[in-house]
Design a protein. Structure first.
Length: 178
């Protein structure tokens, strides 16, 4: 990492930006993930969420439920302590966070135009949510150290090949507010 890298900052407007964290649930965060473990992803996500809440920016927590299953598997709730008053919780039943959830309408009602994304898995739930968001016209920011995948090559492919075409890739320490 160069000095220029450590000084890089991405300023976002808290009134028009939401942090979207995908599938930070015990049964998913506990999977064998790469290039970082679930608890590392969770720590960065929690820091980001605290920073967003401190400036009055919206935090959106997306979790998955299996469709047609009356009783969800253990660990299907958000990781304990992740959600806070004022956060928006979205339950999805597909890979991405937009299809059939009302997320787009709820974000537009609040004037949100930029999404900062993290979660598990980088190339699945996060990328699917991002692609739908891009199609809907949102500006996208990907926090690389707030996500992980089932394998390091899957994570790296999304972060190095796909995400730069969809938005801006940063680390959690590079996100700041205007």
């Amino acid at each position: 990492m160069t000095v220029a890298d450590t000084e890089r900052r991405l300023a976002v407007d808290p009134a028009r930006t939401a942090l979207v964290l995908v599938d930070l649930m015990d049964r998913i965060v506990g999977l064998p993930l790469e290039p970082r473990k679930g608890d590392e992803v969770l720590a960065t996500a929690e820091e980001l969420a605290a920073a967003f809440r401190a400036v009055g920016a919206l935090v959106v927590l997306v979790r998955v439920e299996r469709p047609g299953v009356p009783e969800q598997p253990p660990g299907s709730q958000l990781v304990s302590g992740l959600a806070a008053d004022g956060d928006m919780e979205i339950v999805k039943r597909t890979l991405g966070g937009f299809q059939g959830t009302g997320l787009h309408e709820r974000l537009r009602e609040r004037g949100i135009s930029t999404l900062v994304l993290g979660g598990v898995a980088t190339n699945l739930g996060v990328e699917s949510t991002a692609r739908a968001a891009g199609d809907l016209g949102y500006d996208l920011v990907f926090v690389e150290d707030a996500m992980s995948a089932l394998t390091a090559p899957e994570h790296e492919a999304a972060v190095r090949l796909d995400f730069p075409r969809l938005g801006t890739v940063v680390t959690g320490s590079e996100v700041h507010f205007v």
